[in-house]
Design a protein around this ligand. Structure first.
Ligand code: ZN
Length: 178
């Protein structure tokens, strides 16, 4: 297995800003643990975050958030990207849609994508779908993803298992075998 760690939308607007929720904050230390383990093992760490333009269709659903070039669209300081990490911008739910993520994964001969970040039932789900369509195996650490509600989170995880056969496990288990 050649893995890559993808971190979705852990930006200020999603954690402490306009779309904040306490549930987003509780996954921060878990993702950090995983990021450190990945860097130590030379597993590519790839941040893919919203950087919206006014013309983006998603703003019709959520209103303005994480607008390109603003502090609200920056990765939270607790998870600040390090030298050697990849930092990509996205303009809708999937981390694969017009971001260049796939070519980075192929360059590293990745076959397994670890999906973390927000939200389990929206961007994590669409990213997992796109990974599945491209033939990647997907691992989702259950305590490194979350949603606005427990129900959305749990239903989101169930859907990922049912539709894409993702491997779901706690971060402490994944860190041991990354
Ligand atoms: Zn968005």
């Amino acid at each position: 297995m050649t893995k890559a760690l993808v971190i979705i939308d852990m930006v200020n607007d999603f954690v402490t800003g306009k779309l904040k929720c306490d549930r987003a904050q509780k996954i921060v230390p878990n993702i950090r643990k995983l990021v450190e383990a990945a860097r130590a093992k030379k597993v590519p760490v790839i941040y893919v975050s919203d950087a919206h333009l006014h013309t983006d269709s998603e703003l019709r659903v959520w209103g303005e958030h994480a607008m390109k070039g603003t502090p609200e669209a920056e990765v939270i300081s607790e998870l600040k990207p390090a030298k050697g990490d990849f930092v990509l911008e996205k303009r809708t739910y999937s981390a694969f849609f017009e971001t260049g993520l796939d070519s980075i994964l192929r360059h590293h001969k990745v076959d397994t994508v670890i999906v973390t970040g927000l939200h389990t039932h929206i961007c994590d789900r669409h990213t997992t779908a796109d990974a599945f369509f491209r033939g990647y195996h997907v691992i989702v650490p259950s305590d490194c993803v979350d949603s606005f509600t427990e129900e959305d989170h749990l239903k989101g995880l169930e859907y990922l298992k049912m539709a894409y056969k993702v491997e779901v496990l706690p971060v402490d288990e994944l860190v041991k075998k990354i």
